[in-house]
Write a protein that binds this ligand. Structure first.
Ligand code: A2P
Length: 233
């Protein structure tokens, strides 16, 4: 795998389990909004897929990560400091890209947990707004602080943002799982859906969409929904 070591320019911790890293972006580093790259700390066998949250036009790369205390990579990655280096794969890929969807009117991005990451890149990319009349997000997390990193940004850049908090009694917004209410809102005639979350969420929501007449898009055949299978939220 072709990789580069990139200097970390910013680290922001949001909760005990969530943080964000920015690195320099080499001039020749290119990708499409919604794609992921492999990240590591210098050990070849310890590279993990991370969606890029920055836009292709930004002069930095940004990644949003969980911290797992005994996780092989994130237990070390969470201690990274400005000035350190991380290893980043130069070949990006992914299915959550605009070109894998047929033309439509409303774009809906549905994410759980850190599955919001590829959508942040798409929301930072002007092309997303050129192709759709409205751009909409549903983001489901367990507890309110898990929305901190990007809640305001999503609110400011979408036509509809439905934040969902499923396990926090102090939340007075939507508490139902996306799978419990979203399908009634969608119509394959004009809605285009992107999914990124836990394996269970991706599977359950894909099944609901397929039963409702949506067709999964791939690099070879555009569809009316796409799902990222490369990594677990
Ligand atoms: P819930 O709290 O009801 O499990 P996780 O931290 O487990 O990845 O979950 C992140 C968010 O995704 C939570 O709000 C969780 O809801 C929701 N979620 C997890 N699995 C599913 C699923 N299969 N369908 C819909 N929502 C899900």
């Amino acid at each position: 795998m072709s990789t580069e070591f990139l200097e970390v320019t910013e680290v922001e911790h949001y909760t005990d389990t969530l943080f964000r890293i920015r690195t320099v972006k080499p001039d020749d580093y290119t990708f499409t909004a919604g794609e992921f790259a492999m990240i590591g700390m210098g050990d070849d066998d310890l590279m993990r897929a991370y969606s890029i949250t920055s836009s292709p036009a930004n002069n930095f790369l940004e990644f949003y990560s969980i911290k797992v205390q005994d996780g092989p990579l994130t237990s070390r990655l969470q201690h990274i400091k400005v000035g350190d280096e991380i290893e980043v794969g130069t070949r990006t890929t992914g299915t959550l890209v605009l070109r894998n969807l047929q033309p439509g009117q409303r774009l809906w991005m549905l994410g759980t947990g850190t599955g919001i990451a590829p959508f942040i890149s798409l929301l930072r990319d002007p092309d997303t707004y050129k192709e759709y009349d409205s751009v909409n997000v549903m983001w489901s997390v367990r507890a309110i602080p898990e929305l901190d990193a990007y809640k305001q940004f999503i609110e400011d850049n979408t036509d509809n943002f439905i934040p969902i908090v499923t396990r926090d009694d102090s939340w007075d917004g939507e508490r139902r799982r996306i799978t419990e209410f979203a399908i009634e809102i969608f119509n394959p005639e004009h809605d285009r859906i992107m999914l990124c979350g836990s394996m269970d969420f991706n599977r359950d929501m894909s099944e609901l969409l397929t039963n409702a007449g949506f067709v999964e898009g791939t690099r070879k055949n555009q569809g009316t929904f796409v799902v990222e299978k490369a990594f677990v939220s």
